[in-house]
Design a protein around this ligand. Structure first.
Ligand SMILES: [Zn+2]
Length: 411
């Protein structure tokens, strides 16, 4: 039972071709000796639309970074290894003054962020941190006032230039691919870290569900040694959409399966659904889904400019057509494989413009286990027995697609 830890791979990309890890799947526990995390104990947003202040109470004083981003207007506070110990009563209401919404969480190993969605361009009047003292916690304080679009753009460009590119971002061109002894399937647990995906309650959160399911699926896939399974994340980490695609491409994956369990506005929509990429959405539900999923990078405070442009290469066009056909063929195999076991959506194959499915040379599908916005689906998805049955059925379909010539249940 072994699968590559893709994140490790990305972190050291550029110096090593591939990093294999024999680790067990229990990666969630913090390694001893990891940087002592600073703890966020409370956050407040105060003021109004003429001046808005963010105050963050911390266990100790820290250095932080700021990054302004446009389209949409956002202000990112970059933090070191940070643990957010916030309860509903210690976290601010979503909307206040110049801030329309906010989110926080890990965006990579030892890196966390608070991302503020702004109502428009702001001027950062001042930002500072204070040490602990006089019975008060350490603090980070940020004051914003309305600003001009031109000033905001200038500051944003400056901050972006000064920034060392994050691992796996622009600059990491595709160099060399692995040679695979057995077909590699990349399983992509949707969302993670700061991007929680659909949230129903403390217990039912899409990013946790997709991780749990994907891990089990990877285990089953690697059991008989006919395939290798690689996870795009093995813990509650944020992975950008382009990094997910890159992991598939660098590993010369024969198949990429992104696992999700979303919420849609129509609560009657239910059942397993397989999505493939298409410039034109097959229907309104699919269009909405893609729109939501494609927002992941924006939620985490990545900007469009950070995205690699290698997909623009015209040479990929032919590969892309072939890949698209294979993706559709796999979607059919998957739907056929799970039909006897699961409740399918009434249109189980849908199409839309998902960024995460855009590898030009890796057949890719997004598998919606079901919809957390539907009562029956929600109950099923929370059941261990259902998850196991589903993982087994999906694994069989993947094997049928990647290792043809074997009978599905054969030894
Ligand atoms: Zn999702």
């Amino acid at each position: 039972m072994k699968y590559t830890i893709a994140l490790t791979f990305l972190m050291f990309f550029g110096t090593v071709a591939a990093a294999q890890n024999d680790g067990n799947s229990a990666q969630q526990a913090k390694k001893p000796g990891a940087d002592r995390a600073v703890s966020v104990q409370a956050m407040r947003l105060v003021g109004d639309a003429t001046r808005t202040r963010l105050v963050v109470d911390l266990s100790r004083e820290i250095k932080f970074g700021l990054l302004r981003l446009r389209d949409p207007y956002r202000l990112v506070v970059d933090l070191p290894n940070t643990q957010f110990d916030l309860e509903p009563e210690t976290a601010p209401a979503a909307e206040r003054g110049l801030v329309q919404d906010y989110r926080y969480g890990l965006v990579g190993p030892g890196r966390a962020r608070i991302v503020l969605d702004l109502s428009g361009p702001v001027n950062v009047v001042q930002s500072f941190s204070l040490p602990r003292g006089d019975g008060q916690p350490a603090r980070l304080v940020l004051d914003m006032a309305p600003g001009t679009a031109a000033d905001f753009a200038r500051a944003s460009a400056q901050e972006r230039r000064a920034r060392v590119s994050l691992p796996g971002q622009k600059g990491d061109r595709l160099r060399r691919k692995r040679r695979n002894a057995v077909p590699v399937v990349v399983i992509d647990p949707g969302h993670g870290g700061i991007d929680t995906g659909a949230t129903v309650s403390d217990k039912i959160i899409e990013k946790n569900l997709t991780l749990e399911f994907s891990r089990r699926l990877a285990e089953i896939l690697t059991e008989n040694g006919k395939m290798e399974a690689i996870l795009t994340r093995t813990d509650d980490a944020f992975v950008s959409l382009s990094d997910r695609v890159r992991i598939a491409r660098l590993n010369d994956a024969a198949l990429f399966v992104s696992v999700h369990a979303d919420i849609v506005p129509q609560s009657y929509v239910r059942g397993a659904t397989v999505y493939t990429v298409s410039d034109e959405a097959s229907d309104a539900v699919a269009a909405r889904m893609a729109e939501r999923e494609n927002r992941s990078d924006i939620l985490a405070g990545l900007s469009i400019e950070d995205q690699p442009d290698e997909v623009a290469d015209i040479l990929f066009d032919l590969a892309r057509r072939e890949t698209k056909n294979l993706s559709i063929r796999f979607a059919r195999t998957l739907i056929g494989g799970i039909r006897p076991e699961l409740t399918l959506n009434k249109s189980p194959w849908r199409r839309a413009s998902f960024l995460v499915l855009k590898a030009p040379d890796v057949p890719s599908v997004l598998f919606e286990l079901g919809y957390l916005s539907n009562n029956e689906d929600r109950e099923l998805l929370s059941s261990q027995a259902w998850q196991e049955k589903t993982a087994q059925a999906v694994a069989r379909a993947i094997e049928q697609f990647l290792v043809p010539g074997r009978t599905v249940n054969g030894g």
